[in-house]
Design a protein around this ligand. Structure first.
Ligand code: EPZ
Length: 422
């Protein structure tokens, strides 16, 4: 069994470098399937989700060569299979991007129904709608999704019923090589959507409007090899270190990030009383008092990201007043609050709302990492708390944060990684 022991309390001080964005990389890796040639990717985060994606792509016939831990060449000249139906695929949410990417190249595609973090219901009806509108037939049975097409997908107008990151990504992937023009409305605008579009455009795709509510894609017959593409910095990793700096009353310069992407988080930290200085590609966050309480309502970009909701909760948990979190994206994203209550937090969560009354201190306790971002929140709580906080189920954290113990250690934290025999 793996666990972290976080020795608290600690004031984070120093500099940290942000890795490439997980949620961009998990779309860009399958997007390489759209080109019969080589793609050179840089700033790829070295995290377990990416290592899993590499394994899945290799099972389809991709040849992948790591040039360094964050740089790889993917050669998809000879893809031998469009079936990605394995335990690995089923555990992994972003495996559904294989549907959009492989449908650009093959008539028949099969993948396991995707798993991922347990955040409540995670339907894929909008993904299916996208593929069907483009002319594919989609069936879900026996734990698999089967998508077939009898001819090249045909561009059309698609209106998403709900703003979905995954369905927007899949629409972009499937429409890139479709015949004619696809116009997708009510799309997600997250930075990783724009990064996928930029990556595909760098290979000759014609995608306009990524980052706005409407994306227009003029299908092209083929894409060409890309000499080198660098994935954007991770918005959520940046936000995690920003909150950690503020919660520990620290002073941290967060380097290799995009301050514009951080605006909703910066705004909340300023409300909390933190000092936030923005530079061209770095942000400095410091704090010298207990945080003020505030209200957070999650919403699609450019709103406050649901993936920062557990982390910002730690600031509320030690604030001077009573704050509120309203979760508008996932139906079950407050499971982690039970863990914080074990540490002395005063939180009452019902349905989509959590009321958080600030307490003087948090105290160490054995806690679980319910999902990736909840796990990051447990680390921040452990850094704030008195004593040694043991965090279990850390495989969730390792899915999405590169070198997390080293990065925190460089800021003065003491987080031990322990592997015990079961
Ligand atoms: C992406 O998930 C991220 N994952 C999630 O991050 C993130 O929480 C989420 O977007 C929202 O920002 C990846 O990028 C791999 P959605 P995704 O489709 O694409 C509903 C993390 O920690 N919906 O935007 O699966 C859905 O139920 C992870 O890095 C439908 O109803 O999210 C939700 O309420 C966790 N039908 C809302 O839309 C559909 O067909 C938004 O989900 C699809 C989604």
């Amino acid at each position: 069994m793996e666990k972290f022991i976080v020795h608290g309390p600690c004031k984070l001080k120093g500099e940290v470098n942000i890795s490439g964005a997980k949620n961009a990389a998990v779309a860009i890796l399958p997007a390489t399937l759209l080109v019969k040639g080589k793609c050179h990717l840089e700033n790829v985060p070295n995290i377990s989700d990416i290592r899993a994606y590499v394994e899945i792509l290799e099972s389809l016939g991709s040849k992948i060569e790591y040039l360094s831990k964050n740089e790889m060449i993917i050669d998809n000249t000879d893809i031998s299979s469009a079936i990605a139906s394995s335990e690995l695929t089923s555990k992994f949410r972003a495996s559904y991007y294989l549907l959009g990417a492989l449908l650009g190249r093959f008539d028949k595609v099969q993948i396991s129904l995707p798993g991922g973090c347990n955040l409540g219901a995670r339907p894929i009806d909008q993904h299916i709608k996208v593929f069907e509108k483009l002319g594919a037939k989609v069936e879900v049975r026996s734990g698999n999704v089967y998508a077939t097409r009898t001819q090249t997908l045909k561009g059309t107008a698609i209106f998403l019923d709900i703003v979905s990151v995954g369905a927007t990504m899949n629409a972009i992937l499937a429409a890139t090589l479709a015949e004619g023009t696809t116009i997708i409305e009510n799309v997600a605008k997250e930075p990783h959507i724009v990064d996928l579009a930029n990556f595909l455009n760098s290979m000759g795709a014609k995608i306009k409007g990524a980052g706005t509510d409407t994306i227009k894609i003029t299908g092209v017959k083929e894409l060409h090899q890309v000499s080198s593409y660098s994935i954007i910095p991770d918005q959520i990793e940046t936000g995690t270190f920003m909150v950690a700096a503020a919660a520990t009353c620290g002073d941290v310069l967060i380097k290799n990030c995009i301050p514009k992407h951080m605006e909703p988080i910066t705004a909340k930290l300023l409300e909390a009383g933190a000092n936030v200085e923005e530079f061209a590609d770095s942000i400095r966050v410091s704090m010298d008092k207990k945080p003020n309480a505030f209200t957070v309502k999650t919403s699609p970009y450019p709103g406050f990201p649901t993936d920062m909701q557990p982390q910002i909760c730690i600031l509320l948990a030690i604030s001077t007043g009573t704050g509120m979190i309203v979760e508008n994206i996932w139906e079950s994203r407050f499971q982690y609050t039970d863990e914080l209550v074990k540490m002395g937090a005063d939180i009452s969560a019902h349905g989509t709302t959590a009321i958080v009354k600030g307490v003087d201190k948090l105290y160490s306790a054995p806690v679980r990492s319910h999902d990736l971002r909840a796990g990051a929140a447990m680390i921040i709580a452990g850094l704030v708390a008195d004593g040694n906080t043991e965090i279990y189920d850390i495989h969730h954290i390792l899915r999405g944060y590169e070198d997390i113990t080293t990065k925190f250690a460089n800021l003065g934290a003491n987080i031990e990684y322990i592997q015990e025999d079961d």
